[in-house]
Write a protein that binds this ligand. Structure first.
Ligand code: AMP
Length: 220
């Protein structure tokens, strides 16, 4: 199963990508995480992309395409955070064609801005292992400390209020056009992402199932 997860900042893409990857045993390709790792390691690529990321704007398409080309090698994937505009969507189509791969579904996590801002302002991340928490909805056992690796939790640089506003503007201006694009293709599944993470995941599975794509024989 080859999927795209589409949604505004705070729609829960990261959480649902993790659930989907575990449940369907597919590889998740999380572009934001790949870029953050480059920034953390202070690589040449990391130095270039950090400026864009800190401003909450998109990294240039030619840089992102190289990342995707490298990571997308076989069937059984979920793309989180890519494509982010129509140019990237067209480039993805070319990459898939070249590699004889195809896209099954695009899951659109539809969230309202208020809900998303509430999620982002309470989000805490572990820069060491990438685990994600929320101070109210998903707190760690010990305040400020990662349950998995014991490192200190941080606020993502681009979760500051001003940057969140900017990221939403970018979503409206550049990414939301993808909804129509995939609707025309009949590939889009829209899910109400204002609900709890468990409810959202259950809706996603139901939606995939109704298209005959849920390969979970237990029916969960
Ligand atoms: P995310 O974790 O998906 O919210 O992405 C964080 C930041 O990484 C974005 O605000 C962009 O600066 C950058 N980024 C992630 N994915 C892409 C993409 N497909 N195209 C351009 N920039 C991206």
């Amino acid at each position: 199963m080859n999927l795209i997860l589409l949604g505004a900042p705070g729609s829960g893409k990261g959480t649902q990508a993790k659930f989907l990857a575990e449940h369907y045993k597919i590889k998740k390709i999380v572009v934001g995480d790949i870029l953050r790792e480059e920034v953390k390691n202070n690589t040449p690529l990391g130095k270039v992309v950090s400026e864009y990321m800190n401003k909450g704007v998109l990294v240039p398409d030619n840089i992102i395409i190289k990342v995707i080309q490298e990571k997308l090698n076989s069937s059984g994937f979920i793309l989180d955070g890519f494509p982010r505009n129509l140019v990237q969507a067209k480039m993805l189509e070319e990459i898939l064609k070249e590699k004889a791969l195809s896209l099954d579904r695009v899951i659109y996590l539809k969230v309202n801005e208020e809900k998303a801002v509430e999620r982002l302002s309470g989000r805490r991340v572990c820069k060491n292992c990438g685990a994600i928490y929320h101070i109210v909805n998903m707190p760690p056992q010990k305040e400020g400390i990662c349950d998995k690796c014991g490192e200190k939790l941080m606020i993502r640089d681009d979760d500051r209020e001003e940057t969140v506003k900017k990221r939403w503007q970018v979503f409206r201006r550049e990414t939301s056009s993808l909804i129509d694009h995939y609707l025309k293709d009949s590939k889009l599944l829209e899910v109400d992402a204002n609900k709890s993470k468990e409810e959202v995941f259950s809706e996603i599975k139901k939606a995939l199932n109704s298209y005959g794509k849920d390969k979970d024989s237990s029916g969960n």
